[in-house]
Design a protein around this ligand. Sequence first.
Ligand SMILES: [Zn+2]
Length: 366
Amino acid sequence: MVSTQVCMRYALLVLVACLALAITAVSQNVNTRFRIEQGTGAITRTGNMGGSCEDIDMDLDAVYREAIDMARVAVAAMDGYTSDATVRASLFTFFGIQEDESTHTVSAGSAARFSRVKANLQEVIDDSQRQFSGLFPSLFCSEKWRWRTRYFHNRQTGKPTGQLLKSVNPDIEWLTWSPRFREYGPATVMCQGDTMAFTTSQDRKLSITLCPRYFSYPRRKDTLQPWRSGQRTIAAGTNMAVALSSPATFLHELMHMTTRSNGVTKKAYGPVLTGYLAQVEGGQKTVTNADNYGWFATAMYLNGVDWSRIIAGKRISGPLTRRSVLLEDGHGSWRTFLRGKAGNETIDTDGMDMDGDDCSTSPWDE
Ligand SMILES: [Zn+2]
């Protein structure tokens, strides 16, 4: 009896410990993963640094959690590669990954890319378990944490030197600057044009900035759940561009933050051009193009249909058929980037002008 009690007490302790671990493993959220600027009022060097998320019209945590969930679903889909023709076709469309026609497994020539894509998605999932440390990574809900300057700033003191940038390099008229994030200064990237968000990284000093357009684009979708669950329908022929969502864009930025892919000077945006990127040069550029992950994950998340032709189609159970990406569509954009001079810095703007403006007659049910 005594030994049973001890045993039970021990079992209870183990159970409690396991529960605590389980809770820890799922308790991370956007507020623990990111240092989120909440300050309002004047920007100072020691307090409010600008870029506040205080009064935004979005449940950032819900969006972040869905982004991680999309990565989980994508990894799980990849685990089911041999048994799911739509998964195979989608991996071909977005990453140029070829199947072995006889066994329906990943072809030998695509095995390395398959592993890398999966590992990069897994890294986003693993990263969500970390906590922010000090100022990094930071999440800003406007670009007001940095501003334009035409002057050189001292990288140690953060103070202007009085020297014009142009006098040193005639090609550089202005750069962005912030006294507390001066490491991210040397770039001409802000929320210009149709930019949705951008990610900066140098060493491990990471930040994601959500731009006004992220909050204001037409038909903003903060969740894909109604379409994932089948509560809302996706008609055949729907252009994938209208499936653009806040979580997918967040996932795109998380891909930059975790993989810190750099050195790519031309990037593809939108389901059409990411698909195109997979068909040129053997698709090798897709692995470092964050938008390919965002659209692949969207395709896997909205798994009631087959998105491998970029328009919604019936899921197929037969062998992979060759898909042609519709290039005449016009959605998406190519961006060319100036590479930062500062070593491993990656600064990337994500203008995803594919919110469905041109697809107002599409049968996407909203
Ligand atoms: Zn990007």
